[in-house]
Design a protein around this ligand. Sequence first.
Ligand SMILES: [Zn+2]
Length: 114
Amino acid sequence: MCQEYKDKYRVKGGDDDDDSNENNNVVLTRNYKEYFLKQPDTDELCRRCGKESETIQHITAACEQLATTEYVKRQDGLAKIIHQKLAEAAELIEDKSPYYKYTPVSVLENESRE
Ligand SMILES: [Zn+2]
């Protein structure tokens, strides 16, 4: 992977001495297609919002189109995991269902904790 691209977009992974594995860590964003693969006629703008360059950083944390939906779902999913682990640690729940099936309730209590 070219060092200039890595420096500009802080791409991690891939070893410059081992080109055989470098594509295992690459997501084919439009920015990558235009600036690394140098594909002609590539529009580098995000295919959701069309306003910013489509980089991993933009897709995972900065796209205004994803902010109200996907980022909220991701944050809520993380909060559910924390809720479940804290409730288990405090012995407020006994259900050991997988995190993706867990539905938190707003108030939990037992004999020792209210
Ligand atoms: Zn976007």
